[in-house]
Design a protein around this ligand. Structure first.
Ligand code: HMG
Length: 464
């Protein structure tokens, strides 16, 4: 049975911090943020927003847009790594908010859980719900998967420039207008590691930045190798002589903790894919360097990072590789459109990959590309660590959905934060009732109970 994404809706907080302001305040060259990391603005939550209300706002949008009622929804999953309760699932809060609009008990037939595995959990939720539909259990109902996060790092840390906040809801069914997932090829990799994690009670993660970049590449590639085997053995993709499977993928969407990570990941995958093909020698001639190898090719990520000579040579090799016209052509045609929204919004953790997909659809459509029948490859990564690689094909009816996509209109008028207010919000120095913006047709958090018997209970209202 066919299953996939029928529609998607985005909710992004309207406050933002400008990368140029952050660079100035921290004494960093703005070019490092704008060009090196590919960040111009980062969405920041107001004092009265939490990941549950971001998620509920994205769910309400998708239901209203598609004129759905609660009876049409069989499952509602929330994927997040910004949870504020160790037991109560975030989707129960979301259901509570939606029932303020649709009536008390209107979702009681609907199942769902909160899923967690850093940034990759939304992809697991999509996969599980796709299989629920494929198994024939949906009985004509939709599943909603909403990915929602607040990416927050310590002030002054190297991760501070890779923050952001937002939620994306995805509507899944058996006759999707947007994208049908390729069956039986989804592949995963998993490892117990500590590149990025957030111990109980800590609001910001402990991060080993450069280590996390390398682990991302390695885990994605492992999942990619498994996906490659499946697409070839199942006959989904026929790879001709002197070709790689990537020649048969029209667009690539990667997890984007910052937008240039997509480009780095593409370079890493291509170097491994092209190395055994005749085209590689032409590229080596253009690059003018032999490909460097580490002192200990079977070593750990630490040994690689400590092998300074190799790291420097490899950096130079990658730089020259990404400047070749072969790389540039592929980058522009298969990846660049997915990075546009990330530059203007920042990291959304679980939602970053899907913001990239949304961006690819919107900007390719605006460029007049006919996307019907195009195959999209997805590289999802979550620290800690797991990767998932999967693919799908854009459906003939996609235009009906994509023609109305406009990320700027969907966010609404944005307001730049003064640096002082940004730091006050970051350090939780403003209370819920000191919100900077007036909410417009959206859920906001109004109270968190403090009495011992109700401690932690959250109250939300919908503002007309
Ligand atoms: P850093 O180490 O300070 O930056 O922070 P850098 O030295 O690597 O520089 C970044 C880029 O800017 C480089 O580009 C520099 O050359 C360039 P490259 O050469 O690699 O292409 N640059 C400049 N460009 C122009 N003008 C200049 C200039 N200076 C430098 N003047 C780091 C980078 C990613 C480590 C940091 O932001 C960080 O710790 N971020 C948080 C962790 C992270 O995002 N990791 C990514 C992989 S793990 C992941 O994706 C999972 C995650 O989403 C969490 C989850 O799964 O839940 C994080």
């Amino acid at each position: 049975m066919v299953a996939g994404i029928d529609d998607m809706a985005v909710y992004i907080p309207r406050l933002y911090v400008a990368a140029s302001d952050l660079a100035k305040a921290r004494g960093i060259d703005p070019a490092k943020l704008e060009k090196g990391l590919g960040i111009s603005k980062m969405a920041i939550v107001d004092t009265n927003q939490d990941p549950a209300c971001l998620a509920a706002n994205a769910c309400l949008k998708i239901m209203q847009k598609n004129k759905l009622s609660p009876e049409d929804i069989g499952r509602l999953y929330v994927s997040t790594e910004s949870a504020f309760d160790e037991s109560k699932a975030m989707n129960s809060y979301v259901i509570g908010m939606l029932e303020q609009i649709y009536g008390s008990g209107s979702f009681e037939h609907c199942g769902g859980i909160e899923t967690k595995f850093a940034c990759v959990s939304g992809s697991y939720a999509l996969y599980d719900n796709t299989n629920w539909i494929r198994a024939g259990e949906a009985e004509g109902k939709y599943a909603i998967v909403v990915v929602s996060d607040i990416a927050k790092y310590d002030l002054g840390s190297s991760g501070e420039a890779t923050q952001g906040a937002g939620a994306i809801s995805m509507l899944l069914n058996d006759s999707p207008r947007l994208l049908a997932f390729d069956p039986k090829v989804t592949s995963t990799s998993i490892k117990d590691d500590y590149d990025f994690y957030r111990p109980f009670g800590k609001e910001t993660p402990i991060v080993h930045g450069q280590y996390s970049n390398l682990l991302y590449f390695i885990q994605i590639r492992k999942a990619f190798e498994a996906w490659k085997k499946k697409v070839i053995s199942s006959g989904l993709i026929e790879v001709g002589e002197d070709e790689t499977v990537l020649d048969h993928i029209d667009y690539l969407n990667m997890h984007l903790p910052y937008s240039t990570m997509g480009k780095k990941a593409l370079a890493y995958l291509l170097r491994h894919e092209w190395r055994c093909l005749p085209r590689w020698q032409t590229l080596i001639d253009k690059i003018g360097l032999t490909e460097p190898y580490p002192k200990d090719p079977r070593g750990t990520i630490e040994s690689l990072l400590n092998d300074r000579e190799f790291m420097e040579k490899d950096h130079e090799f990658t730089k020259r590789f990404t400047q070749t016209e072969e790389f540039q052509e592929l980058y522009e045609s298969k990846l660049a459109s997915s990075l546009i929204a990330s530059k203007a919004i920042g990291n959304l953790y679980t939602a970053s990959l899907y913001l990239g997909f949304r961006s690819c659809l919107e900007f390719e459509f605006q460029n007049g590309v006919d996307l019907a029948g195009k195959r999209i490859g997805f590289g999802s990564y979550g620290s800690g660590a797991s990767a998932m690689v999967f693919s799908g094909v854009i459906q003939p009816e996609y235009k009906a959905v994509v023609k109305d996509m406009n990320i700027e209109t969907e966010i609404g008028t944005r307001e730049k934060l003064s640096f002082e207010n940004y730091e006050m919000i970051h350090e939780n120095k403003l209370s819920l009732d000191q919100a900077l913006l007036t909410p417009k047709k959206e859920f906001v958090l109004v109270r968190i109970e403090t009495k011992p018997e109700t401690r932690g209970e959250r109250r939300y209202i919908f503002n007309e």
